[in-house]
Design a protein around this ligand. Structure first.
Ligand code: DCP
Ligand code: MG
Length: 414
C-alpha cells in the first residue's frame, strides 16, 4: 500500500447515466438501426412491420402527423437537432429520414433492473435516481482507494471501468460515469464525455472542467433561477463562484443563495441514500386531440378507467397501498389543475381509485377542452404496515382553488 496521498478525496462518489437509454434499448431489438437517426415517441401504430422477406418496414418521421413529442433520440438524431421533448412534427422537419418507434416502458424497466443489478454486484451502495441513473458510493469498494503507479485515482478509475463493462455485458448498453468527491459534481461530470464516458473530476479540476460550464448544469438551478442569474450577468458556474454573496442574497434569499455559492465551489455533503420509498405513483396520458368532457364523454371515461386500472396494477406489482388519490388535468392552452383527496383507509384496487378520482374530478370546472389526464396515488404504505411519517403538507386539501364551490360535473365523465 502506498502512502496516503493528498489528491484522494474523503469520498469517491459516482453518478451513472445510461446513454440515450430508451433509444438504445430499441436498438437492441432492431440492430439494423444502429448508427441511424432514431426517435422514440410514437404510438403503437408506428410499430415496425415484418415484410414477407423477413426484413422490417420502419415508420419514417416524415410521415408523422399528430401532437406527440420526442421521448428520446439516438445520438445520430441529436446530430440533426432532434432532442427530448421536441414536437415530433418539428423533429420531422429537421430529420425527415429518422425512424420513429413507439415507446415500450416494460422493456425499459426490464433493462433498468438489469443494469442496476449489475452495478450492485460490484458496488452495493447505490441510490436509485430513476429509470436510467444512479449514484454509487465507491469510497469503500475494495481497490478504489489504491493508487495505480503514480496515479492516485488509478484504483477508482479501474472500479468505474469494471462497472461500465459489467453494465455492458449484462445489458448490451453503454453508460456514462462521472466520479468526483460528491453527488453534485458527479452529476455534472457524467455528462461531460457522453456517450460511453468515464470522467474523473477532483477539486483541483474545478476551474478548468466545471467553471466554464453554464450555471444550468448544476442540478438544482432550474429555468427560473437560470434566467435570473443570466439577468445578473452570471452565465457560467465560474461567474457564480465569483459572484458577491450580497448580490445573490438580494435576489435569491439567504438559504438558496448560500447553496448557490457552495454549489459553484463544488461543495456538497449529501450522502448516497440507498433506500427510498416512492412518494407517489402516477399514470397520465396526453390525448391525440383535445377532448371535451361532455361531447367526448365515452372516450374520456374509458381512458380515465384505463389509467386507474394501470395504476392499480402498478401498485399491486410494487406492493403498495395508497391513501391519497389525486387527478391532474391539463386544458387547451396548457393550464394545469390538480385535485386530491385522502381516504380513511389505504386502497390498491382499480374500482376504489376510480371512485375517489371521480370525486376529485367533480371539483373541477370542465367547460374547457382537455389535452391531458393523469391519476396519482400518494401516502403510500405496504400492506400491514403503519403509514410512514412524511414531511410536507398534511391532508388532501390540494391547492387553494380547491376551496371554490364544486361545479356541476356530476353528470360528466367522472
Ligand atoms: N425521458 C423522457 N422525457 C424527457 C427526457 C427523458 O421520458 N423529457 C426518458 C427517455 C430517456 C430516459 O428518460 O431515454 C433517460 O433520460 P436522459 O435525460 O438520461 O436521456 P437519455 O438517456 O435518452 O440520453 P443521454 O445519453 O443524454 O443520457
Ligand atoms: Mg440517460
Amino acid at each position: 500500500m502506498a502512502e496516503p496521498t493528498p489528491a484522494l478525496p474523503d469520498r469517491l462518489i459516482a453518478h451513472l447515466d445510461m446513454d440515450a437509454f430508451y433509444a438504445s434499448v430499441e436498438l437492441l431489438r432492431y440492430p439494423e438501426l444502429q448508427g441511424l437517426p432514431v426517435v422514440v415517441g410514437g404510438r403503437r401504430a408506428h410499430t415496425p412491420q415484418l415484410r414477407p422477406d423477413g426484413t422490417r418496414e420502419f415508420f419514417k418521421l416524415a410521415d408523422y402527423t399528430g401532437r406527440g413529442v420526442v421521448t428520446t433520440s439516438t445520438y445520430a438524431a441529436r446530430a440533426l437537432g432532434v432532442f427530448s421533448a421536441m414536437g415530433l412534427m418539428k423533429a420531422a422537419l429537421r430529420a425527415p429520414q429518422a425512424i420513429l418507434l413507439p415507446a415500450d416502458f416494460d422493456s425499459y424497466r426490464h433493462y433498468s433492473r438489469l443494469f442496476k443489478a449489475a452495478v450492485r454486484e460490484i458496488a452495493p451502495v447505490i441510490e436509485d435516481r430513476g429509470i436510467d441513473e444512479i449514484y454509487i458510493d465507491l469510497t469503500d469498494v475494495p481497490g478504489a482507494r489504491e493508487p495505480v503507479g503514480h496515479d492516485p485515482l488509478g484504483g477508482v478509475r479501474a472500479v468505474a471501468r469494471e462497472i461500465k463493462n459489467s453494465v455492458q455485458s449484462a445489458t448490451g448498453l453503454t453508460c456514462s460515469i462521472g466520479v468526483t468527491p460528491n453527488k453534485l459534481l458527479s452529476k455534472i461530470a457524467s455528462e461531460l464525455d457522453k456517450p460511453d464516458g468515464l470522467t474523473l473530476v477532483t477539486m483541483a479540476d474545478l476551474p478548468t472542467r466545471i467553471w466554464p460550464l453554464p450555471v444550468r448544469r448544476i442540478n438544482g438551478i432550474g429555468p427560473k433561477a437560470g434566467e435570473k442569474l443570466d439577468g445578473l450577468g452570471i452565465h457560467t458556474i465560474g461567474e457564480l463562484a465569483a459572484a458577491p454573496q450580497e448580490l445573490l442574497q438580494q435576489h435569491f434569499g439567504p438559504g438558496y443563495s448560500a447553496w448557490l455559492h457552495q454549489a459553484a465551489w463544488g461543495l456538497d455533503d449529501r450522502p448516497v441514500v440507498t433506500h427510498s420509498e416512492p412518494v407517489s405513483i402516477s399514470r397520465e396520458t396526453t390525448f391525440e386531440r383535445d377532448l371535451h368532457a361532455r361531447r367526448d364523454r365515452p372516450e374520456l371515461s374509458r381512458i380515465f378507467t384505463a389509467l386507474c386500472e394501470q395504476l392499480a396494477s402498478d401498485l399491486q406489482r410494487k406492493g403498495y397501498l395508497g391513501r391519497t388519490i389525486g387527478i391532474k388535468l391539463r386544458f387547451e392552452g396548457f393550464r394545469t389543475v390538480t385535485r386530491d383527496l385522502t381516504l380513511d383507509e389505504p386502497v390498491q384496487d382499480a374500482a376504489a381509485i376510480r371512485h375517489a378520482a371521480g370525486l376529485c374530478l367533480k371539483r373541477v370546472d370542465l367547460s374547457q377542452r382537455l389535452r391531458l389526464l393523469g391519476v396519482r396515488v400518494g401516502k403510500l404504505s405496504r400492506p400491514g404496515e403503519i403509514e410512514p411519517p412524511r414531511r410536507g403538507r398534511a391532508g388532501g386539501a390540494g391547492k387553494v382553488e380547491d376551496l371554490r364551490p364544486a361545479p356541476e360535473n356530476l353528470s360528466l365523465f367522472g
